[in-house]
Design a protein around this ligand. Structure first.
Ligand code: ZN
Length: 260
């Protein structure tokens, strides 16, 4: 019989599920505030309308449902058949009538949540593979969904803001982005930036520190300090603009490396 409450008992996992569900509620609320006539407008994702964002977030829930089912059954069901298939599916779903698009978003989210709720404690550790080929425990699907729903709620561009995000989400997102940069570029391949969130205790170094004076006289080389609220710095790091971020020495805030 299906459980009415989560079968997972690990406190960290339950806290993660709560954050994912709050994010889903946030995304669903922003979407419900958008009338159909405004779905065709551009989103904050370059080249994507709001329809594409809604389609992608719905299809992402289906893909993560497949990973959760994989963990529960041991039968391999990848997120997507291929990157091309993923992109085509988004393009197609984006053309759905508004009502069907909203149904996709809502139903896919509920289905994922049911699969999560019913996944037994030990199955959360089962290995599954992400679309990028990383092998992760099934519990990682919770964070994968969390970052999608919160960040894409902002991408709908109808009032969602990183300033609304819980502090623990902001910190986890920033760590996720910097971790992704390091995996792809290595410490030596990253600019010598230091992020200084004004509302946190600690600065966050990015890349290797520069030997010698922290800022060269011409400001063109050396360490660049980026200052702003943790939310503003995280927004910048995810590639969604540099509003509220100030750069020492160089004046202009440098563009961040790609995140995902
Ligand atoms: Zn996404």
């Amino acid at each position: 019989m299906p459980a009415r409450t989560d079968r997972a008992t690990d406190p960290d996992l339950l806290a993660g599920l709560l954050l994912a569900r709050r994010g889903q509620a946030y995304f669903s609320r922003k979407l419900s505030e958008l009338p159909n006539a405004r779905l065709d407008a551009p989103s904050l994702v370059p080249g994507w309308t709001r329809r594409h964002v809604v389609a992608h977030v719905g299809l992402n829930a289906r893909a993560l449902t497949r990973l959760t089912e994989w963990a529960g059954t041991g039968v391999e069901t990848p997120m997507y058949a291929s990157p091309d298939q993923r992109d085509q599916e988004i393009e197609f779903a984006a053309t759905l009538p508004a009502r069907a698009l909203r149904n996709l978003s809502a139903h896919a989210a509920v289905h994922l949540d049911v699969e999560w709720r019913d996944l037994p404690g030990e199955a959360w550790r089962a290995p599954v593979r992400t679309a990028l080929g990383r092998v992760v425990p099934a519990s990682e699907t919770v964070w994968m969904r969390t970052r999608e729903v919160w960040v894409h709620a902002v991408d709908l561009d109808n009032g969602g803001s990183f300033a609304d995000f819980p502090a623990e989400l902001i910190d986890a997102l920033l760590a996720d982005v910097i971790g992704a940069w390091h995996r792809r570029l290595g410490s030596a391949g990253l600019p010598p930036w230091v992020l200084e969130p004004v509302d946190r205790e600690h600065a966050v170094p990015v890349g290797l520190p520069v030997a010698g004076p922290r800022t060269a006289p011409d400001g063109a080389t050396g360490t660049v300090t980026l200052r702003g609220t943790a939310a503003a710095l995280t927004r910048w790091a995810t590639g969604r603009g540099s509003a509220g971020v100030l750069a020492s020495g160089v004046g202009e805030v440098p563009p961040p490396p790609r995140w995902l």
